[in-house]
Design a protein around this ligand. Sequence first.
Ligand SMILES: Cc1cc2nc3c(=O)[nH]c(=O)nc-3n(C[C@H](O)[C@H](O)[C@H](O)COP(=O)(O)OP(=O)(O)OC[C@H]3O[C@@H](n4cnc5c(N)ncnc54)[C@H](O)[C@@H]3O)c2cc1C
Length: 301
Amino acid sequence: MWFRKGLRIHDNPALEYAVKNSTHVYPLFVIDPHYMKPDPTAFSPGSKLAGLNRIRFLLESLVDLDSNLKKLGSRLLVLHGEPSDVVIRCLKEWDIKRLCYEFDTEPYYQALDSKVKLRKWGWIHHLARHSVACFLTRGDLFVHWEKGRDVFERLLVDSDWAINNGNWLWLSCSAFFYQYHRIYSPITFGKKYDPTGAYIRHFLPVLKDMPKEYIYEPWTAPLSVQTKANCIIGKDYPNPIISHEIASKECKTKLAAAYKLNKVTNGVVTDEDMQNLRRQLVENADQSQGTASKRLKQKLI
Ligand SMILES: Cc1cc2nc3c(=O)[nH]c(=O)nc-3n(C[C@H](O)[C@H](O)[C@H](O)COP(=O)(O)OP(=O)(O)OC[C@H]3O[C@@H](n4cnc5c(N)ncnc54)[C@H](O)[C@@H]3O)c2cc1C
């Protein structure tokens, strides 16, 4: 029995099948070096593919699985190496007649191979995932959804290739969901679900004494308030990296243009179409910047 993702003895149809149809069962888990080997160049401690929380969660799950198998008079065999090579070697050496494992919706290579809370705990609430995903992609920063997907893949303890990709596609309005004009504001979203800012105070202790009126926009607090809260913006806590009001409007304009192109071309968008669209958007942005600075100059005169 090759354990891969469902590291449990209950609710495990593959294990049930293996037990019912064999005289002996060898429970096996293979540690993939690609998944485990420390990578000092990765953006957070861990390997190339998994952060420390994910690795710890995996090891704890293996210990738990082993202790449950022990209760049944068995043990978990943990081997190290390229999983497909190891499994094939075991099949030959142990003269195994049948290999059982959990069916996986992920491509094989993937199966093998909020921020502060995510890094600390490896888990964030579904709505926090919404907020992060929207902010990074179509809401503010206009960064490709795959970048966010990769960070979640690495840090989430419940990371799942299909669910993670599906949700990022959804949140970024790249597939499944198309209401790109509905953007979560990082400020009002927090105010609505956590008016006192308890979540922020817990994970960002530097803001713990900021009055609740300013907790979601600490840069708007008067200097006297910042001083009293021991948190000077620009020194103890960074200035905003973007203006949500401006960025979200720009994102909407870009997405509207992309959707229009998709409609006009009946879904057959060529590389050339995309290049033209990008050029057009850059020209529009330059023009509006020019108009804005002209207006500013007029005001100054
Ligand atoms: C950008 C983004 C990435 C995500 N990546 C993952 C991921 O890698 N792995 C993962 O398991 N979930 C992912 N989710 C879905 C969801 O956030 C988690 O399943 C949820 O946080 C788990 O918490 P819970 O067990 O308390 O679920 P509850 O909210 O109590 O829901 C019950 C169960 O329903 C399922 N579920 C709930 N919401 C979703 C959803 N949107 N999509 C699919 N299943 C759902 C989960 O299995 C969950 O255990 C992602 C969501 C977003 C927005």
